[in-house]
Design a protein around this ligand. Structure first.
Ligand code: ATP
Ligand code: MG
Length: 286
């Protein structure tokens, strides 16, 4: 059964899409079968995957509104080797359309259930907002990855995000677990970045991915060629970082899986406490 992982942070421009596209391609290199869902009307993950967002017949919008099937919307084998459900500005209609539905937070979950077993991972690129689309992503996911830039203001939205994750976990989706925080666009020469990074490790411990994504111009250039950085410039620091990160992600998932198998009830309780502790810590920094 595939693991659905949402990339969420309501702060804009922190590297959600870059993480999603490049982890998708790097996981393919590690023989994983991947589906990427673009849940952002900006359609950046779609463009970054080499697909013309305005030329698709069906997209996430029609899918969420029940106007097409998954098969209609699926684009098989993008250049990065993963499948994609694209999105474009039409998706704002779905966001509004969903609001009218009684069961609005479960629409994506229900759509994904039948196809989860066809993939090792389903990666969900969320928009920079805690809106109905992000809510659907979190309800449909097993794990959340939080990409973060190591700067002071980056911490501000974290309390709200952790609160939302906690609420979803205790109400509609008890499977939801924070897989980790990824430090993106990291510049080790910057003192504030170093300080925020050590605070993150101090407070979130092994929830922080050890692998750091450095600021690397190739990562910023690759989307304009519709390619993941691995195919754009294989030897770049960005490419190496994402390959390392995908390895770490696989390790983290198998560790989490065996933990849950052994003591699922205990695990669920400690996760709830963990989320609460994280929220309190972030509050104390602000
Ligand atoms: P949004 O909230 O708008 O969806 P996002 O969180 O998805 O944004 P990205 O689009 O991934 O963030 O990244 C924001 C910008 O930073 C993009 O132009 C991207 O190419 C660039 N970028 C991301 N990661 C890096 C990096 N490690 N080094 C250099 N540039 C980067
Ligand atoms: Mg994005």
């Amino acid at each position: 059964m595939g693991i659905a992982v949402a990339f969420a942070n309501q702060k804009g421009g922190v590297g959600k899409t870059t993480c999603c596209v490049n982890l998708a391609a790097s996981l393919v290199v590690l023989n994983q079968k991947i589906l990427l869902l673009d849940l952002d009307p900006q359609g950046n993950a779609t463009v970054g995957s080499g697909v013309d967002k305005n030329a698709v017949d069906f997209s996430m919008n029609e899918l969420l509104l029940g106007q097409c099937s998954i098969d209609d919307a699926l684009i098989y084998q993008t250049p990065g080797g993963y499948d994609l459900i694209p999105s474009n500005s039409d998706l704002t209609s779905a966001e509004i359309g969903l609001l009218k539905l009684e069961d609005k937070e479960n629409v994506l979950f229900k759509l994904l259930e039948p196809i989860k077993e066809q993939y090792d991972f389903i990666l969900l690129d969320c928009p920079p907002a805690l809106n109905t689309l992000t809510l659907n992503a979190l309800v449909a996911s097993d794990k959340v990855i939080i990409p973060m830039q190591c700067e002071y203001f980056a911490l501000e939205g974290l309390t709200d995000l952790l609160g939302t994750i906690g609420q979803i976990k205790s109400t509609v989706n008890s499977r939801l677990d924070i897989l980790g925080i990824i430090r993106t666009m990291y510049d080790g020469r910057n003192r504030l970045a170093q300080e925020v990074s050590s605070q993150l490790i101090e407070h979130f411990g092994n929830k922080v991915f050890q692998t750091v994504v450095p600021r690397n111009v190739r990562l910023a250039e690759a989307p304009s060629y519709g390619l993941p950085v691995y195919l754009y410039e294989k030897t770049s620091r960005g490419s190496t970082a994402y390959l390392t990160l995908s390895n770490e992600m696989l390790r983290k998932c198998s560790i989490l899986q065996s933990d849950t198998d052994d003591k699922s009830k205990e695990g669920a309780d400690s996760n709830k406490t963990e989320t609460k502790q994280m929220e309190a810590m972030v509050d104390s920094w602000l």
